[in-house]
Ligand binder design. Structure first.
Ligand SMILES: *[C@@H]1O[C@H](CO)[C@@H](O)[C@H](O)[C@H]1NC(C)=O
Length: 348
């Protein structure tokens, strides 16, 4: 018993001195630097291979006992890095949302590439592959982009207080931005059309084309004999004037009807939201709340662009009876005290 203990202490001491010897001299190889080796693009839902190869073939190969492969998803703040997969010989472990979804390709002895199946939007980012064999560590990084990701959002047609067909391309960009949105892409309008958007006024899209989505073909909207679809005016001179299709994403904050006793003028409405520690809601906010949160209220309220609207997700008598929609009352005289107000309070 005493002997055993003694031996243990000696070997521990030996190990400690060996260790201090290694660390007290400059390392024979320079400290590993992460090398960015690839930018990979993948479509949502597909499988992707993130390449990583053991660079120092002269040393042990990847299949060797004692080689460790570690894949990490790197955050801007390294403290928030996520473990993806750890491999030590035959032992492999995947972590968190990567469980059952990632494995090593291992085509040959130097291959430490990672396969991710069923890629989601959340997989987008920078991945680090570390191959550790004690002497020659390899660190490689790969950036993964996910394409065609359907970002949750809503497309809405927009025209300014000055009326229909009144915006040049640049003005459309500005108008959507002013309403907490961006000019929609072709894909976004196409998705919205599939989802039922029918609108008989042509609007700018981000690629400089002008289109409008028709579900129910009719004569004044590109002809009754043409099938449903996106009607196109093609690329237009950017000085010409149309409406716009804007795209707003999910709210980062709260959209609400301000409960207060009076009907308000526009200026009073702006002030009332400020007094409530919020801002008067933008058109993008009301569409986002309506489409993505099912917001429903049969009260006409001022919005930031001077329009008056109300969001109906449950159609009923006197409140958009035939369809769920954000209803536009119009752009009334700003002095008119006939309406309430919708406010928006941003998260922190
Ligand atoms: C992705 O990989 C999994 C597992 O190997 C396989 O079952 C699936 O068919 C692959 N999917 C695609 C889109 O290739």
């Amino acid at each position: 018993m005493t002997n055993l203990l003694c031996i243990t202490i000696i070997s521990l001491t030996l190990a400690a001195s060996a260790y201090s010897q290694v660390t007290s001299f400059p390392s024979p190889t320079p400290p590993p630097i992460a090398v960015l080796t690839a930018m990979i693009s993948v479509d949502l839902g597909d499988n992707v291979t993130l390449p990583c190869r053991l660079l120092h073939k002269d040393t042990m190969h990847f299949g060797s006992v004692g080689i460790r492969v570690k894949w990490t998803k790197v955050a801007d703040d390294e403290a928030l890095n996520e473990d993806v997969l750890l491999s030590m010989g035959f032992h492999k472990k995947a972590y968190g949302s990567f469980e059952d979804r990632v494995f090593l390709q291992e085509l040959d002895n130097e291959d430490a590439s990672l396969i991710i199946t069923d890629v989601s939007m959340f997989d987008m980012g920078r991945y680090r592959c570390e191959v550790i064999n004690g002497m020659t560590d390899t660190i490689q990084e790969v950036i993964l982009e996910v394409q065609g990701g359907h970002v949750d959002g809503v497309v809405f047609p927009y025209h300014p207080p000055t009326g229909r067909y009144n915006m040049k391309f640049d003005e459309a960009l500005q108008a959507c931005a002013d309403q907490g949105a961006v000019v929609a892409t072709y894909d976004q309008l196409f998705e919205a059309w599939k989802d039922g958007l029918d609108w008989c006024n042509a609007g700018w899209l981000s690629d400089g084309t002008v289109r409008y989505p028709i579900k129910n073909p009719r004569e004044p909207c590109g002809g009754a004999n043409n099938g449903p679809g996106l009607r196109s005016y093609g690329h237009q001179d950017r000085e010409k004037q149309f409406d716009a299709f804007c795209f707003a994403t999910a709210l980062k904050g709260r959209f609400y009807w301000l409960v207060q006793p009076e009907r308000l003028s526009f200026d009073e409405a702006v002030q009332a939201c400020l007094d409530d520690d919020a801002e008067i809601a933008k058109v993008g906010h009301i569409y986002s709340a309506w489409k993505l949160e099912g917001y429903d209220r049969c009260d006409a309220g001022w919005l930031a662009d001077g329009s008056v609207r109300y969001p109906i997700s449950r159609p009923r008598k006197n409140c958009s009876p035939t369809e769920a929609a954000v209803r536009l009352v119009g752009f009334p005289d700003k002095m008119q005290k006939s309406y309430g107000v919708y406010c928006f309070k941003a998260e922190n």
